[in-house]
Design a protein around this ligand. Structure first.
Ligand code: SAM
Length: 191
């Protein structure tokens, strides 16, 4: 599987914006998984997570706090009317819907261009049938039910490809230094 941003496709222009839209958030039932979904979006190359369903300031606070501490300019917001927003977005952007009913990602990922702003949509409660038609790509990560976090991580890793974290997550208070056996961090907060 070729990463779209591997050497033969690196372009000078910054790559188009990638958003992740979380449909149908339930404040009590989905608290942790939605929080992890936003952190996964950030860590695997998305520029923004859009929360919809029940409003949940704690999720927004978590995402902003991690961005403040670990750097980068990841954005997050609440959208009260996600399908209206997505219909407008789809007029110029690429809509990718992750669903266990979709095309196998290994076969499809190389055919999804990263040449326009894109929104990756994951569900929570019942996903509206309209989404399957509105999406440019309905993509499955296997055809078994599992989790939006797992699906998003696998898809973004295969579609966006490797990130240069030192370039992407700049300006944070904390920088993790990968280590074989210890927890090593660089603390920039005093700089
Ligand atoms: N109850 C929702 C429904 O019936 O539409 C789906 C619940 S599922 C746990 C939540 C989300 O995880 C799905 O909307 C989909 O985005 C994602 N997901 C779960 N399994 C997946 C798979 N095998 N491939 C792609 N996405 C998957």
């Amino acid at each position: 599987m070729r990463h779209p941003l591997s050497s033969e496709r690196v372009t000078e222009a910054p790559r188009p914006r990638i958003s992740v839209l979380r449909l149908g958030h339930r404040r009590e039932r989905d608290k942790r998984i939605t929080s992890h979904l936003g952190l996964t979006a950030r860590a695997f190359g998305a520029d923004e997570v859009i929360l919809s369903g029940e409003e949940d300031p704690s999720a927004i606070e978590t995402w902003n706090s991690v961005t403040e501490r670990f750097g980068g300019d990841f954005e997050c917001r609440y959208e009260a009317k996600p399908m209206s927003w997505l219909r407008r977005f789809s007029k110029g952007g690429t809509v990718i819907h992750l669903t266990m009913y979709g095309e196998p990602w290994r076969e499809a990922v190389d055919d999804i261009p990263l040449d326009a702003p894109a929104t990756v949509v994951v569900g929570g409660t019942k996903v509206p049938g309209e989404l399957f038609k509105l999406a440019d790509h309905n993509i499955s990560i296997g055809n078994q039910p599992h989790s939006e976090v797992a699906a998003l991580a696998v898809f973004l890793e295969s579609w966006v490809g490797p990130l240069d974290e030192s370039e992407r997550f700049v300006g944070g208070e904390i920088e993790v230094v990968p280590s074989e056996r210890a927890k090593r961090v660089r603390n920039h907060s005093g700089e």
